[in-house]
Design a protein around this ligand. Structure first.
Ligand code: FRU
Length: 501
C-alpha cells in the first residue's frame, strides 16, 4: 500500500503539493472568503494575488465544489477597482431580493472590504462594499453605490461577515474594528446601522482582530439547545510565539448584542496547531442538513510568505463540521472533517482487537504521504504512544501521547525543510483527556500538512511540514502495552484531475 508523489511538473504533482486540500493552481492565496452554498454548489472565494506567490494587490479567486472535496477552478471573481483592493469578506444568498438587484428573484451578494489610502496620504482606508451575481457566481457586478459602509475613526475596519437573523428579520454584519468586533444591521444590505460592539476586555488581545464570524451551533447534538459562537482571528505579533491564530467565544445573541457565557478572561482557541488562520463558515447551507462547515487558511502570517512551495503558495484546511459540547469547564467547540472526504479513500489496512507491545511498530512497512489515519487505542497499561509520520532516515513528524500527563504533543523539528523561517521548527504540547483510557485520534497527512483531531474533535492541531519526497514511513509504537481497538491507515486519492485525463 503506497501513495507516493513524485516531483514532476505535471498537474498538481509539484513537490509538497497537497492532493486533497484546496490550493490555487498557482500564485499566492490567503483567507477563505465569501463561502456560500447556492443551487447545489459550495462556493469558495479566497484572497488571491494572481501575479506572484507573495501577498500583493488582493483579488477574490474563485472555485466551486459539489461535495466540498473536489474543486473546480473558476475565473477571478473580484479585482481591484477605483475603490481599492478587494480584502476579505462574505457572501450571502439574497433569497427575497432585499437589495433589489435581482428583479424579484434570488441571487448572490458579496460583502467585502475595499482597501486603499485616504487620498493624497499613505494612511490606510478600509470601507465596505457590495458586488452581486445573477448567474450563480460566474460573473460579478460591483454595486454602483460603493462603498456602503465607512467608519473613518477606525483604521482596521474590515472583513465583514453577514448573515440573515430570522428572529429580528434583519441582515447582521459582524466586522473587525481594531481589537473589537462591531455589529451592524440592515434591511437591504445597502444601508447599515451600528448596533453594538463586543470585545473590550474579552478573550485575547495579542494582535489586531480580523475575520470575525457569528453563528448558532447545536449543543451536544440537541435539536433545541443552541448557543452562538463568535470566531475572531488575531494577527501576528512579534512577541507572540505561535504567530497568528483564531479564538472563539460562546454566548447569546439577540440580533443586536453578543453576550459571552464564559469568564471574560477565558481564552478559547479554535486550533492548537500553528497553521489555521482566518477561518470562517459557509453561509446558506440547507437548514435541514443542520450543518455548519468551517474552513481556514492553512498557514501563519509569521512565515506564510517564506514557505518553500512554488508556483502556488498556501492551502486551505480540510472543511470541518462544527458543533458544541458541554464540559465541566463550559462549552467547547468540536470539529470533525466532513464525511465526504471518505469518498476518496483507497483500500487501506485495518488492525483490530490486538495488543501492541513495546518494541513493535504496528505500521511497519506501510508508506504514504496522502493518508487518513484513525486510531482507537486503550492506553491504560502504557506510558506513551508514538505516531511517526513522513519518516525517512533523516526526517520525521512525531505525534506523541503521554498518558500520565494527558498531553498530546506535535514535533516538527525534524519534519523536513524548516530553514525558511526561524520560528518554524517547533514542538508543542496540549492537554487531551482520555476518558476510560481510550485514546482516539484522526490524522490527515497531505505531504506538506498534518491535521490531528483528538478525542471527539475537541482538540485539533493543524501544522504545516515540508518533508522530502522519500519521507514516507509510518510508525505506531508504545513503551508498554496498548490495546488496539482499531487502527486504520487509508491512502487518499488526489482530488485534482490530471490535465491529460
Ligand atoms: C487576514 C487579513 C484580513 C484582510 C486580508 C488581506 O489574514 O489580514 O484581515 O482582509 O487578510 O489579504
Amino acid at each position: 500500500m503506497t501513495v507516493e508523489h513524485t516531483a514532476s511538473t505535471s498537474y498538481y504533482q509539484e513537490k509538497y503539493r497537497p492532493q486533497f486540500h484546496f490550493t490555487p493552481e498557482k500564485n499566492w492565496m490567503n483567507d477563505p472568503n465569501g463561502m456560500v452554498y447556492y443551487n447545489g454548489e459550495y462556493h469558495l472565494f479566497y484572497q488571491y494575488h494572481p501575479n506572484s506567490n507573495v501577498w500583493g494587490p488582493m483579488h477574490w479567486g474563485h472555485a466551486v465544489s459539489k461535495d466540498l472535496v473536489h474543486w473546480e477552478h473558476l475565473p477571478i471573481a473580484l479585482k481591484p477597482d477605483e475603490n481599492g483592493m478587494i480584502f476579505s469578506g462574505s457572501a450571502v444568498v439574497d433569497w427575497h431580493d432585499t437589495t433589489g438587484f435581482f428583479g424579484g428573484e434570488s441571487g448572490l451578494v458579496a460583502i467585502f472590504t475595499h482597501a486603499d489610502e485616504y487620498p493624497g496620504t499613505d494612511k490606510p482606508r478600509q470601507r465596505q462594499s457590495l458586488a452581486y451575481s445573477k448567474d450563480n457566481g460566474r460573473t460579478w457586478t460591483p454595486y454602483d453605490g460603493n462603498p456602503v459602509l465607512a467608519e473613518p475613526r477606525i483604521i482596521d475596519f474590515r472583513d465583514p461577515k453577514v448573515f440573515w437573523h430570522e428572529d429580528t428579520g434583519r441582515w447582521v454584519m459582524v466586522i473587525a474594528s481594531g481589537q473589537t468586533v462591531s455589529m451592524y444591521t440592515s434591511l437591504n444590505l445597502i444601508d447599515w446601522e451600528f448596533v453594538s460592539e463586543f470585545g473590550d476586555g474579552e478573550g485575547s488581545h495579542q494582535g489586531v482582530w480580523e475575520c470575525p464570524d457569528l453563528f448558532q451551533l447545536p449543543v451536544d447534538h440537541s435539536t433545541d439547545k443552541k448557543k452562538w459562537v463568535l470566531l475572531v482571528s488575531l494577527g501576528d505579533e512579534p512577541d507572540v510565539e505561535e504567530g497568528s491564530k483564531t479564538q472563539y467565544f460562546v454566548g447569546e445573541f439577540d440580533g443586536k448584542t453578543f453576550v459571552n457565557d464564559h469568564d471574560s478572561a477565558k481564552v478559547l482557541w479554535v486550533d492548537r496547531g500553528w497553521d489555521n488562520y482566518a477561518g470562517v463558515t459557509w453561509s446558506d447551507l440547507p437548514m435541514a442538513s443542520g450543518r455548519r462547515v468551517f474552513m481556514g487558511w492553512m498557514s501563519n502570517w509569521r512565515y506564510a510568505i517564506d514557505t518553500p512551495t512554488s508556483t502556488w503558495r498556501s492551502a486551505m484546511t480540510l472543511p470541518r463540521e462544527l458543533s458544541l459540547k458541554t464540559t465541566r469547564e463550559g462549552f467547547r467547540l468540536i470539529q470533525t472533517p466532513v464525511p465526504d472526504i471518505e469518498s476518496i479513500r483507497n483500500e487501506g489496512q485495518t488492525f483490530e482487537d490486538m495488543e501492541l507491545k513495546s518494541g513493535g511498530n504496528l505500521f511497519k512497512g506501510l508508506k504514504g504521504n496522502a493518508l487518513d489515519l484513525e486510531l482507537d487505542l486503550d492506553v491504560t497499561y502504557t506510558g506513551s504512544v508514538r505516531l511517526g509520520l513522513l519518516q525517512s532516515e533523516k526526517e520525521e513528524t512525531v505525534i506523541e501521547y503521554d498518558v500520565s500527563s494527558s498531553t498530546l504533543s506535535f514535533d516538527r523539528r525534524r519534519s523536513g525543510d524548516a530553514s525558511f523561517h526561524q520560528s518554524f521548527a517547533m514542538t508543542q504540547s496540549i492537554t487531551l483527556n482520555v476518558p476510560d483510557g481510550r485514546l482516539k485520534l484522526r490524522v490527515f497527512v497531505d505531504w506538506s500538512s498534518v491535521e490531528v483531531f483528538g478525542g471527539d474533535g475537541e482538540v485539533v492541531l493543524t501544522n504545516l511540514v515540508f518533508p522530502g519526497e522519500e519521507s514516507l514511513g509510518l510508525e505506531l509504537s508504545t513503551d508498554g502495552t496498548a490495546y488496539v481497538h482499531k487502527a486504520r491507515v487509508s491512502p487518499l486519492k488526489s482530488v485534482w484531475k490530471q490535465v491529460s485525463e
